[in-house]
Structures are given as structure tokens and as C-alpha cells.
Design a protein around this ligand. Structure first.
Ligand SMILES: NC(=O)c1ccc[n+]([C@@H]2O[C@H](COP(=O)([O-])OP(=O)(O)OC[C@H]3O[C@@H](n4cnc5c(N)ncnc54)[C@H](O)[C@@H]3O)[C@@H](O)[C@H]2O)c1
Length: 341
């Protein structure tokens, strides 16, 4: 029989909705409380969960003392994250946070140190790693069919009209969205970034106050080059939120639209100017945990139970965060910079 685990959910805004849903059907697991500085938001999430005696409040320390959870789910935003994670770890809780991990590399390192000292797991939500299609592309790359990777390209073009304060945030595309794409690039390539040159700008007519578009060129530690092109104020012919990808290996190429369309070819013969190619079947494997947030949460809870390390453990996720902050540093300095964590 699995150990019974209790989790406290902190930050009850829009994304927290999808953190509540899986709690209903994970065996021997319960949400014991909901905390938000806006207590009405906490109350609303508690109502979604539908358990009458669940704790609702606005003070994290008080909630931890009263509910004694094993796990804290942190769905606040990055400016609140460090304090919440450090408090939860100090109360001997494992922590699973929303992305991005931190507002600065210094804060990210503080949380890593605290998790190590507490001997607890601290992992970050990168739900896109649990998508069936990205896992098909990864299986193909890892099989060696395409040969060693030489180029990874991703394009992200969306016209996202969020309204409100999000449109005023500095580095909004790189910090809030590109963290997903950079993490996916690391996931697909199995490599880490070494250096980056990035140009960040606000396109003419942008409804953002700044930084809604960026182009970045990363050198990876497997010798491949990863290019990112993105805009949050591009109207028409939108890409998916997962981006449009091309990964080129020494023997062939895979293209993925971020949704169902995955196509791959490898060299058949090279006898003329241009080789002839054979289409490659795309591998498919049912995910153990399901899809998206729900899968990531199930996987994390299993890690707590079994002592396995989550794939988005803080010590790994900081390598994706480092790509974000290095890209920002490069854009500000106007030169290539090292990616360090
Ligand atoms: N993984 C994804 O696909 C995905 C999608 C959307 C948002 N997110 C991330 O989720 C996080 C939250 O985003 P959101 O859209 O739900 O924002 P939101 O503003 O709707 O919700 C955040 C909530 O946190 C609460 N909060 C802030 N500081 C707090 C504190 N100190 N203690 C307790 N509660 C506090 C706010 O009152 C608010 O209710 C962000 O980091 C965002 O980037 C991730």
C-alpha cells in the first residue's frame, strides 16, 4: 500500500485549476489546504476540489503548522516563489513549483542549496515534457536514426493579447514563455547550452510595452547549434504554443509542428548533387503518466514515494533557466555571453 501523502496548494490563480484536477484520482493522496494572499481565490479553489473540511487561508506559515503537509505545490508567480519555496523546505516539505523557477539565478541557487540541506525534492513544472508528440521526437533522436545532431531550430510566433500587467513585464517572452521552449530544446537534444547571442526587441506596433520578440543562437555542449526565433505579437499563420521544430542530424532530419505533425527523412543514397531520402516511421510510446500538468504531478508524487529523482529537479531545471538569463544578458550587452549556472 502506498504511503498517504498530503499536499498544500499555494497560489490559487488561473493555472492552479489544473493542479487540482489530478488530485481527485491519485490514490492515497489529498490536498489538505489552499493558501492565497487573496483568500477568495483560495476559497474558489477549495470549492473546485469539493472537500468540505479543507483548510483555506492567506498565511503560509499558519497553513503549514496546521495542515502538516508532505508536499507544497507552489502556483504563485516568480516574485513570490523564493520565499514560498524556502519556507516550505524549512517545514520539511517537498516542493513542486510552477515555471519559471526564479526571478534571478541567485534566487534559483538559494533554493537549490535549501533543498539539498533539507534533503527534500524541489522540482519545477515543465509540463511540455509530458506531451506524447515531443516524446516521439525525442525517441527518434535518441534512437540514433538521424545521426548526431548538428542543428536544432525552433520558431514560436503567436499574437497573444493577454491584456493587463503581463504586457508591461520586462523580458516577457524570454522569461515567461521561452523557458518552456529552451527546456524543450534541452530535452530533445539531450544537451546543455554553452553560450548564446541574443537580440531582443519590441516590434513596431507591438501591444506590449517592451521585449515581445527575440532571436537567440545557442552553442550546445554536443557541438550542435540551437536557434530560437520568437514573438508574442505576430499576427497570422501562428505556430503552436509548443513551437515549430527542425532537428538536423548527420544522417537525416525531423520536423515537428509542435502538435501531431512529425515528419522525418534519412539519406538513402548520395550519388548526385542532392541525396535521395527515405521517410522514417515515427516511434510512439504510451506515456506512463498521461499528458501535461496531470502527468507531471503524478510523476512527482511517485518520485516522493519511491525516492526517484524528478526529471525537472531544481538542479537540472536551473540549466534551462540559465539559458533565459544568459539570453537576457546577451541582449542587454549586445554580445555573445556564456551560459552558466
Ligand atoms: N506551466 C504552464 O504551462 C503555465 C501556464 C500558465 C502560467 N504558468 C505559471 O504559473 C504561475 C502563476 O500563473 P497564473 O497565470 O496562475 O497567475 P495568477 O496571477 O492567475 O495566479 C497567481 C496567484 O498567486 C497568488 N499569490 C501571489 N503571491 C502570493 C503569496 N506570496 N502567497 C500566496 N499566494 C500568492 C496571487 O494572489 C494569485 O492568485 C506563473 O509563474 C506562470 O508563469 C505556467
Amino acid at each position: 500500500m502506498d504511503t498517504h501523502l498530503k499536499a498544500l496548494l499555494v497560489g490559487c490563480g488561473s493555472i492552479s485549476r489544473v493542479w487540482v484536477t489530478p488530485a481527485h484520482d491519485i490514490p492515497n493522496f489529498e490536498l489538505v489546504g489552499f493558501v492565497d494572499i487573496n483568500v477568495e481565490a483560495a476559497q474558489k479553489r477549495a470549492e473546485q476540489y469539493g472537500k468540505p473540511d479543507v483548510y483555506v487561508g492567506s498565511d503560509l506559515e499558519a497553513a503549514l503548522a496546521q495542515t502538516l503537509p508532505d508536499i507544497v505545490f507552489d502556483c504563485t508567480f516568480p516574485s513570490a516563489r523564493t520565499r514560498i519555496v524556502l519556507t516550505a523546505l524549512a517545514h520539511d516539505c517537498h516542493v513542486f513549483s510552477e515555471k519559471p523557477m526564479a526571478e534571478s539565478m541567485e534566487d534559483a541557487r538559494k533554493m537549490i542549496d535549501a533543498a539539498e540541506q533539507a534533503g527534500k525534492l524541489y522540482a519545477v513544472m515543465q509540463n511540455r515534457r509530458y506531451d506524447t508528440n515531443i516524446n516521439s521526437v525525442k525517441l527518434l533522436v535518441d534512437s540514433g536514426t538521424l545521426g548526431a545532431l548538428t542543428v536544432v531550430n525552433s520558431d514560436f510566433y503567436l499574437g497573444a493579447h493577454f491584456g493587463g500587467s503581463r504586457e508591461q513585464l520586462p523580458h516577457v517572452l524570454l522569461h515567461d514563455m521561452a523557458i518552456h521552449t529552451f527546456d524543450a530544446a534541452r530535452f530533445l537534444s539531450g544537451a546543455n547550452a554553452v553560450s548564446v547571442y541574443c537580440k531582443e526587441w519590441n516590434p513596431r506596433g507591438s501591444w506590449y510595452s517592451r521585449d515581445a520578440a527575440a532571436v537567440a543562437v545557442f552553442e550546445l555542449n554536443n557541438g550542435a547549434v540551437y536557434t530560437y526565433r520568437g514573438s508574442w505579437c505576430a499576427e497570422g499563420l501562428l505556430t503552436t504554443w509548443e513551437s515549430d521544430w527542425r532537428l538536423v542530424g548527420q544522417k537525416g532530419t525531423v520536423k515537428w509542428d509542435g502538435a501531431q505533425d512529425i515528419q522525418a527523412q534519412v539519406v538513402e543514397k548520395t550519388e548526385a548533387l542532392v541525396s535521395t531520402f527515405a521517410n522514417v516511421p515515427i516511434p510512439a510510446e504510451a506515456s506512463t503518466w498521461g499528458e501535461g500538468h496531470s502527468a507531471a504531478i503524478r510523476d512527482f508524487i511517485d518520485c516522493v514515494r519511491t525516492g526517484r529523482t524528478p526529471q525537472t529537479i531544481c538542479t537540472d531545471n536551473i540549466k534551462s533557466l540559465a539559458m533565459v538569463f544568459a539570453a537576457i544578458r546577451s541582449a542587454e550587452a549586445g554580445c555573445e555571453v556564456k551560459v552558466e549556472w
